[in-house]
Design a protein around this ligand. Structure first.
Ligand code: ATP
Length: 372
């Protein structure tokens, strides 16, 4: 019996997670997978009535779960950033979910490329370091000192910046930081992941010709790890990678990418595979609690209308099942999605006529039909 935390969140998050749970129920009827789900009321409604974002009580309860199934967060009534930072980013940080897994699969016929070549890119984005550390500040002629403080599971870091400029202008800075320990565990995960997928190499994306310090150290550590694992290692500069994803996406397997570039490339990837409604994402701590979510947000413009495409949430469910030890069951979800796409059983964003629940019902029907 697996214990899941269910966090539907806001907007269409609620609608797609509702479908995702029905799909998990269907899987549990036809396989040995069994679960109990505890519902967590985390999101804008609670924030607006109590002022609470992610509480210590939430954290303590979530920590006891095998995985977190997350919908989306965001609400037009709340200033942008509050919910995202107070819930989503905090969750990733508290549980040290240092890998963001975002597969990019050619879900034909929704791939917008001219060539019909199948591809399956497994993006592993480092989730805790790089230019997204929140390590920045400002200084000018009169305020010459800047203090940067970073707290991570692996370390706490303080930096003092004493500045002297030739004019009295305002300056702002954002530090991109990588640690040896952080890169090492990222590389270890990447090579193990590639091996498990039957890939012979890892492609490391960076901009080591410009940001020589951080990405130079990253290359050194990935090279050592490649040797240790007896695996291949390729490098791609991020600008070249953006082009290659359009021109030859079929040539990539496991791709390791630092935080900032990963954010951008995986959004490009989500459009390549057919849009926001098609992408699942995993925030993974291999030794802790991982969280699985659709890559789209709460989409307030279509919330409450049953227009949301539930496929991304279902594919997040697939990743969750595979991650908690049910690979065959995860594959059922993937096959069911493929069946729906092949038979035009889709929501309007994919040109279909069904609403959110009806797509869910079609997926469940397909899965239940697998019963021996
Ligand atoms: P966030 O910043 O939280 O990611 P956002 O508004 O920038 O939020 P989304 O909420 O993901 O981005 O939605 C962007 C647009 O894409 C929405 O306005 C919606 O029309 C569409 N969209 C997103 N997800 C889906 C989905 N599952 N099904 C159909 N349309 C979707």
């Amino acid at each position: 019996m697996k214990h899941l935390a269910i966090v539907p969140g806001d907007g269409i998050g609620k609608e797609v997670i509702d479908v995702g749970l029905k799909v998990l129920d269907a899987v549990s009827e036809v396989s040995s997978f069994d679960y109990d789900g505890e519902l967590f009321d985390i999101g804008s409604d609670r924030y607006l009535s109590t002022g609470e974002l992610l509480t210590q009580e939430d954290i303590d309860s979530l920590r006891k779960k095998d995985a977190i199934y997350f919908g989306a967060i965001g609400d037009p009534r709340v200033k942008p950033g509050i919910l995202e930072q107070g819930v989503l980013l905090k969750m990733r940080a508290v549980f040290d979910q240092y890998i963001n897994l975002r597969p990019v699969t050619s879900w034909f016929p929704f791939v917008p490329l001219k060539r019909e070549v199948p591809f399956d890119i497994h993006f592993l984005r480092e989730n805790t370091e790089d230019f997204y550390m929140g390590a920045g500040g400002t200084f000018n002629g009169s305020k010459k000192d800047a203090h940067v403080k970073v707290k991570r599971e692996m370390y706490e870091l303080e930096m003092e910046l004493r500045t002297k400029s030739s004019n009295n202008d305002d300056f702002a800075f954002e530090i991109g930081l990588l640690s040896r320990k952080g890169i090492t565990r990222f590389a270890e995960y990447a090579f193990n992941y590639a091996k498990a997928k039957g890939h012979k190499k890892v492609t490391l994306v960076d901009k080591a010709n410009v940001c020589t310090h951080i990405y130079g150290m990253q290359r050194e550590i990935f090279e050592a790890k490649a040797k240790e694992h007896g695996m291949g290692l390729d490098y791609m500069f991020v600008d070249a990678m953006a082009m290659a994803m359009i021109v030859r996406p079929e040539t990539f397997g496991t791709v390791a990418v630092p935080n900032l570039f990963g954010d951008i490339l995986t959004d490009l990837g989500s459009q390549l595979q057919g849009g926001l409604g098609m992408g699942g994402s995993g925030n993974i701590n291999p030794k802790g609690v991982s969280m699985f979510e659709p890559i789209h947000g709460s989409a307030p413009d279509i919330a409450g209308q049953k227009k949301a495409n539930p496929v991304a949430a279902i594919l997040a469910g697939e990743m969750m099942l595979k991650n908690i030890g049910y690979p065959k069951e995860g594959e059922m979800l993937r096959k069911a999605v493929r069946y729906c796409l092949d038979n035009q059983l889709t929501t309007a964003d994919l040109g279909g006529k069904l609403n959110t629940d009806a797509v869910g019902e079609a997926v469940c029907k397909f899965i239940l039909g697998q019963k021996k």
